[in-house]
Design a protein around this ligand. Structure first.
Ligand SMILES: NC(=O)c1ccc[n+]([C@@H]2O[C@H](COP(=O)([O-])OP(=O)(O)OC[C@H]3O[C@@H](n4cnc5c(N)ncnc54)[C@H](OP(=O)(O)O)[C@@H]3O)[C@@H](O)[C@H]2O)c1
Length: 256
C-alpha cells in the first residue's frame, strides 16, 4: 500500500528526522503539516519544500495543542496520520547539575505527556471510515536505559509503554500504531546535544526506510544493530547490560 494522499501532522518536523520524513511524504503527494517551537526552522523547511504547511507550536504547552487542533478544525482539516517525533535530549547528572523542577516537568512533557495528549486529540478527530496512523518515535533507550540520559530514557520508555497499550486499546478500530526506534541518525540531537562520534545514518535514508516499513504494514521499526543486541541482553543479563551501556555510552559521549 502506497502512503499517499493523506494528511499528516509531524511534530518536530522543522529539523532532522522529522524534516526528512516531511519532505519525503510531501514528495509522495501527502498534505504535510509540520510543527515546532522555532518559527525560523519551520520557515526554512517551507522554503526548501513549499508544499509543507507550518504551524508554530510548543507541544509542552497544553494551550498550544488546543490552539493547533482548533485551527485544524476551523480549516476543515482532518488528519489521517500523526507522527510524534518531537523530543529533547540532555545528559544530566542529578548530583552535579541540579535542574529547576519546571525544567524537569518541561522535558518530560515534551517527550511523553505531549505525544499522549496529541494522540488523544488525533484519535478523537479521526475519520473512522478510513485507516488512521499513529507513529511514535521512541528510542533504543526504551529497550535499555542510558544512565547518563535519565530523563530521556525514562520518557522514551514511557512513550514505548504507551504505544504498546494503545495498540491493544485500538486493535478493533481502524488505527495502525507504529513504534520507531531510530539507530544513531545525523541530526542536531546526535551531533550537537550528544557530540556523538560514532557512525551516523543520514536522516533521508532513515526516513525512506521508515516509510517503506509503514507501507509494508510493519508495526515496529528498529533497524539499528544495537536494538536486537540490547533486547537480548535485557532478557539474559539486565544488570550487567545496564552497566555495559553506561560504560560504553560514557566513552562514546566523551563523559569519561
Ligand atoms: N537522531 C538520532 O540518532 C535519534 C535516535 C533515537 C531516537 N531519536 C528520536 O528521533 C526524533 C527526532 O530527533 P532528531 O534526531 O531529528 O533531532 P532534532 O533535529 O533535534 O529534532 C527534534 C525536533 O523536536 C522539536 N521540538 C523539541 N521540543 C519541542 C516542543 N516543545 N514543541 C514542538 N517541537 C519541539 C525541535 O524543534 P524546535 O526546537 O524548534 O521546537 C526539533 O525539530 C526524536 O524523538 C528523537 O528522540 C533520534
Amino acid at each position: 500500500m502506497k502512503f499517499t494522499n493523506k494528511t499528516v501532522l509531524i511534530t518536530g518536523g522543522g529539523t532532522g528526522i522529522g524534516l526528512a520524513l516531511a519532505q519525503l511524504l510531501a514528495q509522495r503527494r501527502n498534505h504535510v503539516i509540520i510543527i515546532g517551537r522555532r518559527l525560523d526552522k519551520l520557515q526554512e523547511a517551507q522554503q526548501l519544500t513549499p508544499e509543507l504547511e507550518i504551524f508554530q507550536c510548543d507541544v509542552a504547552d497544553p494551550a498550544a495543542i488546543d490552539a493547533l487542533f482548533a485551527s485544524l478544525q476551523a480549516q476543515g482539516i482532518v488528519l489521517d496520520a500523526l507522527i510524534n517525533n518531537a523530543a529533547v535530549l540532555e545528559m544530566w547528572d542529578i548530583l552535579e547539575q541540579p535542574l529547576p523542577s519546571a525544567e524537569i516537568f518541561n522535558r518530560v512533557s515534551i517527550n511523553l505527556a505531549a505525544p499522549i495528549c496529541l494522540t488523544q486529540r488525533f484519535v478523537r478527530q479521526a475519520d473512522r471510515k478510513r485507516t488512521n496512523y499513529i507513529v511514535n518515535v521512541t528510542s533504543e533507550a526504551a529497550i535499555m536505559p542510558v544512565p547518563v540520559l535519565p530523563l530521556y530514557s525514562a520518557s522514551k520508555t514511557g512513550l514505548s509503554v504507551f504505544t504498546q497499550s494503545l495498540r491493544v486499546q485500538l486493535k478493533n478500530h481502524p488505527f495502525v500504531v507504529m513504534e520507531v526506534m531510530p539507530p544513531p541518525v545525523e541530526s542536531r540531537m546526535t551531533t550537537q546535544d550528544l557530540r556523538n562520534s560514532g557512525p551516523l545514518v543520514l536522516p533521508t535514508d532513515f526516513a525512506l526506510g521508515l516509510v517503506k516499513q509503514l507501507e509494508a504494514g510493519k508495526l515496529d521499526y528498529a533497524p539499528g544493530a544495537n536494538a536486537w543486541q540490547l533486547g537480548l541482553i535485557r532478557r539474559l543479563a539486565p544488570k550487567m547490560g545496564l552497566h555495559l551501556v553506561d560504560k560504553l555510552s560514557r566513552q562514546q559521549l566523551h563523559t569519561v
